[in-house]
Design a protein around this ligand. Structure first.
Ligand code: FMN
Length: 235
């Protein structure tokens, strides 16, 4: 009798064991196990999205223009400036920097043989006289060789509603007629003034693309605007 009960108990233990094994098989695995056991899937997914994002990045940063073919010529004056600021580097200089960063182009800063006065008003007076005289102030250093470049960014501040005369000196000596010319400029409220007309008159065969002008006082906060303009140009 005792042995019979032991047998029944034994069978019960085996049945319970089998039953619980079956339950375990059909029960959904906890999420943590699923994540752990599908590690390769997760990492593949991660890699895929990494690859996707890096190829997306690559596509975005894919230069549509060859940086070696981009030259950034600009004039910018440091010292006291409008509105009552002293600049280590001028406003236009800042934009040239940003263009160089984005395009990878080469910069060339126009410099006069004789520096303009540090004093703002003295410079304004001198520049007025130069404009009335249609002067061509002498430049310092070698002019850029533009033959290897396809696109020229040309930057300048507005002086007396037009291009500063040192820029005209350079323009008389380098031919940009077969180039893509992209002007950029800073001012104190005149916008482009007459500068675009002057540029187009000098280089009637050049292909002008959308330029960028801004008040000098706003340049510090123009990072996004500048980037957007360059992006629209395909950089
Ligand atoms: C000689 C001189 C003439 C200027 N004439 C004008 C002008 O006619 N219209 C204007 O809006 N700003 C004028 N400005 C202000 C400059 O265009 C402005 O401050 C510009 O941002 C300076 O750029 P930079 O720092 O790169 O030299 C003049 C500035 C100077 C020094």
């Amino acid at each position: 009798m005792k042995r019979k009960w032991i047998l029944i108990l034994g069978m019960l233990v085996v049945l319970v064991g089998l039953f619980s094994l079956d339950l375990a098989k059909s029960r959904p695995r906890p999420v943590t196990t699923a994540i752990r056991s599908s590690q390769p899937v997760v990492s593949r997914a991660t890699r895929t999205s990494d690859q996707a994002s890096s190829s997306k990045k690559a596509a975005n940063s894919q230069p549509t223009h060859n940086s070696e073919r981009v030259l950034i010529i600009y004039y910018s004056r440091s010292g006291t400036n409008y509105p009552d600021v002293t600049l280590k580097h001028g406003h236009t200089w800042q934009i040239a920097q940003e263009i160089a960063q984005v395009t990878g182009g080469t910069r060339y800063q126009i410099q006069t043989a004789q520096a303009y006065p540090k004093n703002y008003q003295a410079t304004v007076d001198q520049a007025e006289q130069e404009q009335q005289d249609n002067a061509r102030p002498r430049l310092k250093g070698k002019l850029p060789d533009v033959t290897q470049y396809e696109t020229i960014f040309l930057g300048y501040p507005i002086w007396w509603s037009d291009l500063p005369m040192p820029v005209r000196t350079l323009m008389d000596q380098i031919d940009l007629n077969d180039k893509v010319v992209i002007p950029f400029s800073t001012n104190a409220g005149s916008g482009w003034g007459d500068s675009l007309t002057t540029l187009k008159r000098q280089y009637p065969q050049a292909k002008f693309r959308k330029g960028f002008e801004i008040e000098g006082a706003d340049v510090d906060h123009a990072h996004k605007q500048i980037r957007r303009w360059l992006r629209d140009l395909g950089y």
